[in-house]
Design a protein around this ligand. Structure first.
Ligand code: GTP
Length: 367
């Protein structure tokens, strides 16, 4: 199998305030940093060496994963002094690769949860003699404008790239770039050095214009970009519920709660309701009568009596007061939301912020 590059240098702005303290790929999803799932899947596909392309909060990755021995992988880290964007980041790690000029190198975005058949992707790349192969997936028409569209011919060769189309006439396909590529090693060496390069906006269109063989594999296995809070909670729940498999999902401390993952040290009162693929972080406290549905509760967080938390993320050490209702919101690390508040529809509370008792009733419907 091939060696791989993992792109993990983005700022994760759409997930703020969660990404203020933790880079997006290190946020816990189903009980472990998201990258643990990606590394486990890459290893299961036969990848044995991964180079991390880091920029934002670079030190956190090596502190956690080290040389990779504990994960059965050889890991290397390269940090950009200034973020070089996706293509620049790929080029920037080229001198750490060991593959020969014609060998395939796998490249992963650090925020995609996917069940794609990596071995099948590499096999197709080799068998068809491609310079670059992209995994494409299909999404419903109303969501297409958030993605890079990739039309192809009948044989799967890519014919164009349409990055985040805004006009109806640019929506020429429902196939999108799924953020997982195979590059012939020599193609990586051809990316310009020392400046920002977007692989989606510059490298891919440039390769097509130069007549390179750009192949696609359209695969409809599980796929989710965890870049937004809504996708993040659903991705985590899907892992807990087994809708997508990962060898890295830890064993629950509460096997009696079938639809939840409870980490060691979490303290749940007898009459709580916890389900919908929720994760309860280590040492979190869930008090009497609280309901946690489809949510991620961070390590050491405290959910007080009768609070309801639905499709939401509660950061580490945060406190949610008695009777408060959270629905589709993000609470930053260390924040304190007093009793009897109501926050809904995408509200975000910043890290360490404090909201008093009965102070907020927020819902997009009423604002
Ligand atoms: P948003 O700010 O919320 O859009 O998130 P993001 O910064 O992660 O950007 P995006 O989701 O578009 O990035 C796709 C992948 O490329 C992610 O895995 C990022 O970590 C990675 N990435 C984006 N920009 C850079 C960069 O300048 N350097 C490196 N090394 N990786 C990057």
């Amino acid at each position: 199998m091939a060696e791989a590059i993992l792109l993990v240098g983005g700022k994760g702005t759409r997930l703020r305030p969660l990404t203020v303290n933790t880079p997006k790929p290190m946020l816990e999803v189903a009980g472990v940093p998201f990258l643990s799932h990606q590394l486990a899947r890459a290893k299961a596909a036969g990848v044995d060496r991964i180079v991390f392309a880091t920029a934002y909060r670079a030190e956190v990755f090596e502190e956690y994963f080290g040389d990779g021995a504990a994960f059965g992988l050889e890991l290397d880290y390269v940090t950009e002094t200034e973020p070089l964007d996706t293509g620049g980041a790929i080029r920037n790690v080229a001198d750490r690769l060991r593959s020969g000029p014609d060998e395939p190198v796998l490249i992963f975005n650090g925020d995609i949860l996917s069940g794609v058949d990596l071995v099948g992707l590499v096999d197709a790349h080799r068998a068809r003699g491609a310079d670059v192969t992209l995994h494409l997936t299909r999404v419903p028409r109303e969501k297409l404008s958030a993605f890079g569209l990739v039309p192809t011919d009948a044989d799967g060769w890519v014919t164009a790239f349409r990055e985040k189309p805004q006009r109806a006439e640019d929506i020429v396909t429902d196939q999108i770039n799924a953020g997982c590529y195979i590059f012939r090693r020599s193609v990586i060496d051809g990316i310009p050095t020392g400046r920002r390069v977007s692989v989606e906006r510059e490298t891919f269109p440039g390769l097509l214009a130069a007549g390179a063989r750009v192949l696609s594999v359209v695969e409809q296995s599980y796929w989710r970009d965890l870049g937004t809070p809504e996708a993040f909670v659903h991705g985590s729940a899907d892992l807990v519920l087994g809708a997508v498999e990962s060898p890295a999902v830890p064993v629950t401390a509460r096997p009696d709660l079938a639809d939840a993952l409870v980490l060691p040290g979490a303290d749940l009162d007898v009459d709580v309701k916890v389900g919908g693929g929720s994760t309860i972080g280590a040492n979190a406290l869930i008090a009497s009568g609280a309901e946690i549905i489809g949510s991620v509760i961070g390590e050491g967080a405290r959910i007080e009596a009768g609070a309801v938390v639905r499709d939401s993320i509660v950061g580490r050490g945060a406190r949610i007061g008695a009777g408060t209702v959270l629905d589709t919101v993000v609470i930053g690390d260390g924040a304190s939301v007093g009793a009897r508040n109501e926050l809904r529809c995408g509200a975000r509370v910043w890290c360490d912020a404090a909201i008093g008792d009965g102070a907020v009733r927020f819902s997009a419907d009423e604002s």
